[in-house]
Write a protein that binds this ligand. Structure first.
Ligand code: WTA
Length: 671
């Protein structure tokens, strides 16, 4: 069978989706109807109701989104222009409106739900806190006042580099309260990655902690922050430091302030700053196929409106729910489904600080049981790694409170889906496989659980208002089952990214324009089955998903090439049963190729180097050395060839144009 969309001919530099993927998808015939008990109490109870919503949205998308934005949000001043595409691809939504995101997440719940738990926190060591909406409101106001006291205001950038503790959310909401723009950096990134992000955003302040608990160890965030700030980062005037672990750290007088001291004596009331609908709520750096990570810029109103709507459509959120999303706050999933979505909905959200295997592989299930979690949202990679420990860990805990399960971040293989369904959901809970991206802000394609029959491995159908399609190289829709192509969204939607911070060209080139019109290019390949269900095959660019973490091959290659012993490097993804993909690096050393004994030592050094440059998640799993890299005549690295070599499969590509065919043997590790 041809590759997706017959794209095999020009797949150089692209992630070819293996044919087995489509084959296994075409033979997957299991179907799971929404349980009647779930549908009867759901907001959207049947396929017909879902279809009616979709039809209404398709008939008049702008009116549909305008109605939704009015219903979901508290407006200080109503908007006048629902949608404006006159400066496409810089689309704007809800122009003329004023609102405040923290007000929408906090103040509007105080009248009826002040004492309801907003955040239920469990630290890795086992410490538990319940924070009510009233208390969260006070904490956010106090910290907002602390930011203001250091001169932070409307439009200033604040980098948040925190463990998974409630104060990470407090810091985000405090920024939103005063119109500052936050940029959360994943705590697993190294000082080098932190520095790049601080500099790109010209942040005036950094919010961090003395450390965090993860995997039984203390993650030394303040130390990484000091190292990031030791060079460049001239824009940073203040570093707020939360006490979490009590680890010894150094504080730089004048610049560094303890969180508690910074807010001592400050009021726990702070007037929200009413901002325009389009005011940037946050930047979130993510990897693409070229260059450094890009700062994806989101709006205030459009973002929050769709995130809140998906809490209803996809999670069918109820007042009584305990919602747990296991993502890190440093990724978009944490932004939309730990912080903004649940809090805009007035829900109770569980935040867990640590690793899934501390003290044992039952920690997720024990957390679900003890906190009576009702909705559990996680990544396929977490499911696959916990599956390996067997069923007994889940069996030891009472999972009867669960009513809905969800996955995100990468394709879920049917085997993991079935395990999740049977062992965790006890064949009772619908599973929502949710496709979306940092750029989309909110879930785009997912089953509405009371309405849509699910199939293991498919994210099913687009949400109302989302005009998702799969196209060939010319931009024509592909409807043939078994033929894949590029996943696109054919018309703008309110929670879409607004810009790449400081890089207009990259915004236009990456996402728009290839197919004309208002067509957004997702960077994924997908395929549709006979029922019109979407099956995501993987990325169509050089972005890797390693344990659900999004990484660019270019970033890892430049980190490797920055090492004194490396002349050149190429990185590809290798399929992995648990992690989805692992990183396989081909390295051309400076000077002679290392002997097999010396290679081991150099590889350890390079792995440590990459961990220090980017973060441990970017460490290559395997490194192979060669005298040169295979390139086309025009000098492009032949990635498909390298992918075949990494996979250990026969080489299908014509290698006759290679300058040195012998190189292939070296790359295969044979000489
Ligand atoms: C992948 C995460 C298959 C996809 C929210 C996308 C998925 C990238 C799914 C975005 C899914 C996300 N099925 N693949 N349900 N969800 N992806 O920006 O390749 O970290 O382009 O956002 O993850 O990753 P990001």
């Amino acid at each position: 069978m041809a590759g997706p969309g017959g794209m095999t001919g020009d797949m150089e530099g692209r992630q070819a989706a293996p044919d087995e993927n489509i084959d296994s998808i075409l033979t997957e015939d299991r179907r799971f109807q929404p349980p009647a008990s779930f549908s009867s109490g759901a907001r959207v109870r049947s396929l017909a109701e879902y279809q009616a919503l979709r039809d209404a949205a398709d008939r008049d998308p702008v009116a549909f989104w305008a109605g939704l934005a009015r219903a979901e949000l508290h407006w200080h001043k109503p908007f006048t222009t629902a949608f404006d595409d006159s400066r496409a691809p810089y689309y704007t939504w809800f122009g003329g409106g004023l609102l405040n995101v923290s007000y929408n997440c906090l103040d509007r719940h105080l009248a009826g739900n002040a004492e309801k738990t907003a955040i239920l926190f469990e630290g890795e060591p086992g410490d538990v806190r319940h924070i009510s909406y009233a208390e969260l409101h006070r904490q956010v106001c106090r910290f907002a006042n602390a930011l203001k006291a250091r001169g932070i205001g409307l439009g200033d950038r604040v980098v948040i580099y925190m463990p998974m503790v409630p104060e990470a959310v407090v810091a985000m909401l405090a920024c939103a309260r005063i119109g500052a723009i936050h940029s959360v950096v994943f705590g697993g990134f190294s000082s080098g990655s932190l520095r790049n992000r601080i500099e790109d955003a010209s942040a005036r302040a950094v919010v961090t902690a003395d450390g965090g608990h993860r995997g039984g160890k203390v993650i030394e965030l303040k130390a990484a922050c000091d190292s990031a700030l030791s060079e460049g980062c001239k824009s940073v005037e203040t570093v707020f430091v939360l006490r979490r672990t009590g680890s010894p750290i150094s504080m730089q007088p004048g610049r560094d302030l303890w969180w508690d001291e910074a807010e001592a004596n400050l009021a726990d009331q702070c007037e929200p700053v009413w901002v325009d609908s389009e005011h940037p709520l946050f930047l979130l750096y993510t990897s693409g196929s070229t260059g450094k990570p890009k700062g994806i810029q989101h709006s205030s109103a459009g973002y929050l409106a769709v995130v809140a709507a998906t809490m209803k459509w996809v999670f069918d959120i109820r007042d009584s729910d305990i919602f747990w999303c296991t993502a890190d706050i440093g990724w978009v999933t944490g932004h939309s489904y730990i912080a903004y979505g649940p809090l805009a909905s007035g829900a109770t959200v569980l935040i867990y600080e640590g690793a899934p295997t501390v003290p044992d592989a039952g920690r997720f299930w024990s957390n679900c049981a003890r906190h009576r979690v009702t909705i559990f949202y996680t990544a396929p990679t977490a499911i696959r790694s916990l599956m390996k420990f067997g069923e007994s860990f889940a069996a030891r805990h009472d999972l009867s409170s669960l009513r809905l399960l969800g996955t995100v971040g990468e394709p879920i293989n049917p085997e993991a889906w079935m395990w999740f369904h049977r062992v965790i959901g006890h064949e009772r809970c619908p599973i929502v496989d949710t496709w979306w991206q940092t750029e989309t802000g909110a879930i785009m394609i997912a089953p509405v659980p009371g309405a849509i029959t699910t199939k293991p491995g498919s994210c099913t159908l687009p949400l109302p208002g989302i005009d998702a399609d799969i196209v060939d190289a010319e931009g024509n829709s592909i409807t043939d089952p078994g033929h894949g192509g590029e996943l696109v969204i054919r018309r703008p939607w309110p929670s879409m990214l607004r810009a790449v911070w400081g890089n207009d060209k990259r915004y236009r080139d990456t996402y728009w324009g290839k197919f004309g019109g208002h067509c957004y290019i997702a960077g994924d390949t997908a395929h549709r089955d006979r029922d019109g269900y979407f099956w995501i095959l993987g990325r169509s660019d050089d972005v890797l998903k390693v344990s659900g973490h999004r990484l660019g091959t270019m970033e890892i290659e430049s980190a490797l090439a920055a090492h004194p012993r490396v002349a050149e490097a190429a990185v590809v993804g290798k399929p992995d049963e648990t992690k989805g993909e692992t990183i396989f690096a081909f390295v051309v050393p400076r000077g002679a190729r290392p002997t097999p004994e010396a290679a081991g030592e150099l590889s350890s050094e390079l792995r440590a180097w990459v961990a220090q440059q980017i973060g441990p998640i970017a460490k290559p799993e395997q490194i192979r050395y060669a005298d040169s890299l295979p390139k086309t005549r025009s000098g492009k690295i032949m990635r498909r060839l390298l992918r075949d070599i990494a996979r250990g499969v026969p080489i299908t590509q014509d290698t006759s144009t290679l300058e040195n065919e012998e190189i292939v043997k070296q790359l295969q590790g044979e000489s």
